[in-house]
Design a protein around this ligand. Structure first.
Ligand SMILES: Nc1ncnc2c1ncn2[C@@H]1O[C@H](COP(=O)(O)OP(=O)(O)OP(=O)(O)O)[C@@H](O)[C@H]1O
Ligand SMILES: [Mg+2]
Length: 407
């Protein structure tokens, strides 16, 4: 019996029609479903439309003989069990048939009691082979799954190692950055307390101013580090809501103009626009102020900074901060968002800790927005952030900005 109790389907091929019919009849009575044909050609044709469990074929037949039939039938159905029936004189050929795929052979004339165990054995071998194929497939799938899991694990391990390394780097930079203003505070405080060092009232005032500045710097630094830590641990509160972009630009303008004036930088803002962006008001302002103050800080004398925007086709908007400043090399661009990395600009007189942009990037990502930069050394930089638009009646597009960014 085959699966689900259906009788095994046997294809009997013998050019001696009487013999073939007798076999069909006998096996039919032993719970086999039989189909009898008198040529190999007819058998192969039949196999195109019907699936059999077993082929019982005569060896010597005109046209396609038993060996050729076994070979061709196995190509059509690799699971087919094949048994060759042969006369006493051609056992060697029957053995050859087994070499090309037959499971067994029986020597004619035979009794029913002799053929039944051979059929059962061939069908059992077929069943085991099929089970084996399924098991092998499962094994292969399992191995592939294991391999995928292993490479995922390997990736996760590498990522954890990288994050760990970044954290250690961050911590060592942070302690260095915190120690510098602290040492300055302690140093000046000691000078002021020391009786052996005489200082004029003017000098004392200067030392106190230094202490105050270092204190302020320390406070900013601590606030930024706390901000960064909060974002990293997912504790940042971001509330996305529709906000008037014009209003945000106006508030940035008010905050940034004293700094621009101090540095002698010309600020250029877009004309009034009717755009509602979907963002967090405070955080968006913080991001823009960070980018604008960098654009001013790393600019040239009499340089300019342009704040502009472009609506994209997919319901998003790009805000641009474009400067005509000192720019960045391709190498510097690689590390632009790395915390505490001032890209070799530690010696220039502009103060900074190199944390602004890493913080900006984290905030931008928490707002479901993106940030990017294009820059050329000695020509200038363009920082952009892209965020969702809630509603807009303005239709400004990139072309105008494309004219300004020429790198
Ligand atoms: N618009 C720009 N043009 C040229 N270089 C820039 C620009 N913006 C940033 N940089 C470079 O990238 C570095 C990192 O910027 P980031 O804002 O993170 O730090 P910072 O300005 O040095 O310090 P702070 O943490 O106070 O902002 C800067 O030190 C500077 O070298
Ligand atoms: Mg900065």
């Amino acid at each position: 019996m085959t699966m689900m109790g259906t009788p095994p389907n046997i294809l009997i091929v013998d050019d001696e029609a009487v013999h073939m019919r007798a076999l069909c009849d006998i096996l039919g009575r032993h719970d086999y479903k039989t189909t009898g044909l008198i040529s190999g050609e007819a058998a192969l044709e039949k196999m195109q439309t019907e699936t059999f469990d077993l082929l019982l074929s005569d060896l010597m037949m005109p046209g396609i003989d038993g060996i050729t039939l076994v070979q061709a039938a196995s190509k059509i159905d690799s699971n087919l069990a094949c048994i060759i029936m042969t006369g006493e004189g051609s056992i060697a050929s029957a053995v050859q048939a087994m070499k090309v795929g037959a499971h067994d052979y029986i020597v004619k004339p035979f009794k029913v009691s002799a053929i039944l165990p051979v059929l059962a054995r061939a069908l059992e071998t077929r069943r085991l082979r099929m089970e084996n194929v399924i098991l092998e497939q499962r094994q292969r799938a399992h191995t592939a799954e294991l391999n995928t899991l292993n490479s995922e694990l390997e990736l996760a391990k590498k990522e954890a190692e990288r994050a760990n390394h970044e954290k250690s780097n961050f911590l060592s930079h942070m302690s260095h950055e915190l120690r510098t203003p602290l040492n300055s505070i302690l140093g000046f405080a000691q000078i002021l307390q020391s009786e052996s060092i005489s200082a004029t009232p003017e000098e004392r005032k200067k030392f106190l101013r230094n202490i105050e500045n270092a204190g302020k710097h320390l406070l900013t630094l601590i606030n930024e580090i706390l901000d960064l830590a909060q974002i990293e641990s997912g504790f940042i509160s971001i509330s996305l809501e529709p906000i008037q972009l014009a209003k945000i630009f106006e508030e940035c303008r008010a905050m940034i103009s004293p700094i621009a004036e101090k540095f002698g930088i010309r600020m250029i803002y877009p004309e009034y626009m009717d755009v509602l962006v979907f963002s967090d008001k405070t955080r968006l302002k913080q991001v823009l102020i960070n980018l604008l103050s960098n654009a001013i800080k790393y600019n040239n004398k009499n340089g300019s900074v342009t704040l502009d925007y472009e609506l994209t086709e997919v319901g998003r908007i790009r805000l641009f901060v474009i400067d005509t400043g000192i720019g960045l090399s391709a190498e510097q661009l690689k590390f632009i968002f790395q915390p505490f990395n001032r890209l070799g600009r530690e010696k220039i007189k502009e103060e900074g800790t190199g944390i602004g942009l890493s913080l900006t990037k984290k905030i931008v990502e928490a707002m479901q927005a993106e940030i990017g930069v294009a820059s050329k050394l000695d020509i200038g930089s363009t920082f952009w952030i892209e965020l969702p638009v809630h509603k807009s009646t303005s239709s400004k597009n990139i072309n105008s900005i494309g004219d300004i960014i020429s790198y």
